[in-house]
Design a protein around this ligand. Structure first.
Ligand SMILES: [Zn+2]
Length: 480
């Protein structure tokens, strides 16, 4: 038995949907004032009937297929009964695997890397509850709670893995790959605030399983699991039994804490949802969905390597940031020079935005557009500007949004290939660096030194090839 066993339950909102799962209220509830994105159905009034969102079935099937799951022919919804203020109907409509009917995805296999695969036990489609906002009246005293039902009824998928992770790093790798897959499918924007949540169960040495609830971002999951492993190991070392329990993750204090015991005592009394009939997907359903599916990260990686002749390293960097990969491909439509453009993006371009990584939407809001990078790289290739100058120009584009040629003109940044100007520069360097000139007759390194001086003299704008030729000519002259 492995020392550490970790399983995950991930909730991700299907953010691409225009409406909620069972009514026509908006799927994107984020811009609404509290309790204005609700109707009789999603606020659970008696006598209302849910109507299933067809796209939600299609998107969740797409996710299931992308994560290596089987999509059954018939799917069915269940009521999960519990009382909580954020749940207007006092039950959640979800899926459950019993009586030969199953959730939208089952028996998945997701490849973590060449060596390891993680089995996914099921993927289910369900409704999100509302949100509770606790009003803090100062001194850490919480004396009232407000409820916002705008989110209630938003489509959510739950992905449940087998407890097959053996360390927090595998979990991080899985979540990164999962995010990337969901982003490529274009159905779940995992970067949106509150769009993903994760529960993790952790057990050590075959002992009791501890469930950590409410981890509110993928970034926090690894930290929460690390904390829990340390906590449980230290209990083993002191011969204290680890209880089967539910704990919460406090992302401010970075600790897990025991949930109030009432929260653990659940009997959900699942029963089939009588208001939604069994959904028969039909024979052609899965193949139709497969036809509609966008390119997945691995396929895109293979295409980048074969079609664009990019290295695996470069392709990986691009694919791991979907928006950057999209940006790259839109530049190619303007100037088709894949290798040069990819290299420019992952070095010069990325080094400028790296300081601003918190701004996850950098590619949407910035002034640098595909035509800027296209023109800039073309100018490097045509030997009009140096690579160093290109980076300076890029900084100016970030600020002004002006075209590279315009900036190069106004800042006098074009390379100097005019021989008359360069002969003067060489002459001037030869006059001031007499001993280096003498050395250069026998020592090649001294020639490079002279070239460096010419570059400095022209503020980096001299065309190095021409400058080198002129230096050699001048040296030959001096030698005779
Ligand atoms: Zn509604």
């Amino acid at each position: 038995m492995s020392l550490v066993m970790i399983g995950l339950e991930i909730h991700a909102q299907v953010t691409a949907l225009k409406s909620k799962l069972f009514c026509s209220c908006r799927g994107n509830y984020r811009d609404f004032k509290p309790n204005t994105n609700i109707c009789a159905t999603c606020s659970g009034l008696p006598g209302t009937l849910p109507v299933i969102n067809r796209k939600a079935i299609e998107y969740s099937a797409m996710i299931s297929i992308a994560l290596g799951c089987k999509v059954p022919n018939k799917v069915m919804f269940y009521r999960k009964n519990y009382f909580y203020p954020d749940l207007p109907k006092n039950f959640q409509i979800t899926q459950y695997n019993v009586y030969g009917f199953s959730s939208i995805g089952v028996e998945g296999i997701f490849e973590l890397d060449d060596l390891k695969k993680i089995r996914i036990s099921r993927i289910q489609l369900e409704e999100d509850p509302g949100r509770i906002a606790y009003v803090d009246s100062g001194m850490n005293v919480t004396n009232s709670a407000l409820i916002d039902y705008n989110r209630a009824g938003v489509a959510l998928i739950e992905i449940v893995t087998e407890p097959e992770f053996t360390n927090p790093k595998e979990v991080r790798l899985f979540l990164n790959k999962l995010s990337l897959t969901l982003q490529h499918l274009g159905v779940c924007d995992t970067l949106l605030e509150g769009s993903v949540r994760c529960d993790a169960n952790v057990s050590l040495k075959g002992g009791n399983k501890v469930e950590i609830k409410n981890i509110n971002s993928f970034k926090e999951v690894e930290k929460a699991i690390n904390y829990e492993i340390t906590r449980q190991s230290s209990m083993y070392n002191r011969n204290i039994k680890v209880e089967f329990e539910t704990r919460h993750w406090d992302d401010r204090k970075k600790i897990t804490f025991k949930a109030r015991s009432k929260e653990e005592e659940h009997d959900y009394r699942y029963f089939p949802e009588p208001d939604i009939p069994v959904i028969v997907l039909g024979d052609g359903f899965v193949s139709n969905i497969k036809d509609l599916m966008p390119e997945l990260p691995l396929q895109r990686f293979n295409r980048f390597v074969s079609k664009y002749k990019l290295s695996e390293h470069t392709s990986n960097i691009l694919i791991n940031d979907k928006k950057l990969a999209d940006f790259f491909e839109s530049i190619l439509k303007i100037h088709f020079s894949p290798v040069e453009i990819a290299n420019f993006l992952i070095t010069d371009f990325k080094s400028l935005i790296e300081d601003d990584v918190e701004n996850i939407d950098y590619l949407t809001n910035m002034k640098v557009k595909p035509e800027h990078i296209g023109e800039l790289v073309k100018m490097i290739e045509e030997n009009k500007i140096s690579r160093i100058t290109a980076k300076d120009i890029l900084i100016k584009i970030f600020d002004s949004g002006k075209l590279p040629s315009e900036i190069a003109n106004s800042t006098n940044s074009f390379k100097i290939s005019d021989e008359k100007i360069l002969i003067d520069a060489v002459e001037s360097v030869f006059n001031t660096e007499k001993s280096a000139v003498e050395d250069a007759q026998t020592n090649h390194e001294a020639i490079n030194f002279l070239l460096g001086k010419v570059m400095k003299f022209t503020k980096g704008r001299a065309d190095p090839k021409i400058a080198m030729r002129l230096i050699n000519t001048r040296l030959n002259k001096a030698g005779t």
